[in-house]
Design a protein around this ligand. Structure first.
Ligand code: HEC
Length: 144
């Protein structure tokens, strides 16, 4: 019966695909790589997405960052960034001493155990790289 044969073939193909998936070894967590360097996530998005390296001249839009800050950060860091339930970003010695990359990574990955949520969509957050770059620029401006 040709119909049966087709069904069996389809079932076999499905089984093979499943076996191939299970046999696929889990990749080691990469250190920051440009998004274009690898294929999209297959198992855990966290394995292929990391805070992207900031290239020289990659300036975020501080104005857009300010709007975003009010929407997403002010509840904890205060509308003026001087701190509420979370520390002040205006007087943060961490921000003052950190590179843009370090500030970017902190916002992207958060510090879950300390109450700072991850914001990068690659870490289950709501924001894109561009939005985080804008926030880095705004946080820098807050310090001035
Ligand atoms: C739910 C509360 C909360 C929200 C919302 C939040 N943060 Fe935080 N954030 C924290 C806490 C708490 C810390 C302190 C973590 C620690 O003690 O290391 C922190 C730390 C930081 C730091 C490091 C400061 C330092 O001195 O070490 C930066 C930068 C930062 N947040 C930026 C942001 C930005 C930008 C946003 C918005 C996208 C944001 N945070 C939203 C709670 C929050």
């Amino acid at each position: 019966m040709p119909h049966r044969t087709l069904m069996t073939l389809a079932a076999l193909a499905g089984l093979l695909a499943m076996v191939a998936c299970v046999a696929n070894p889990q990749l080691p967590a990469p250190t920051p790589i440009p998004p274009a360097a690898g294929p999209p996530a297959t198992l855990d998005p966290r394995l292929s997405v990391s805070a992207r390296p900031i290239a020289f001249g990659d300036a975020g839009d501080a104005r857009a960052g300010g709007d975003l800050f009010q929407q997403t950060c002010s509840a904890c860091h205060g509308p003026e960034g001087v701190g509420l339930t979370a520390p002040s970003l205006k007087t943060s010695t961490f921000v003052a001493g950190a590179s843009d990359q370090e500030v970017f990574d902190t916002i992207a990955k958060g510090r879950i155990e300390k109450g700072m949520p991850p914001w990068s969509s690659g870490y289950g957050g709501l924001l894109s790289d561009e939005q985080i770059l804008a926030l880095v620029a705004y946080v820098r401006e807050l310090q001035e």
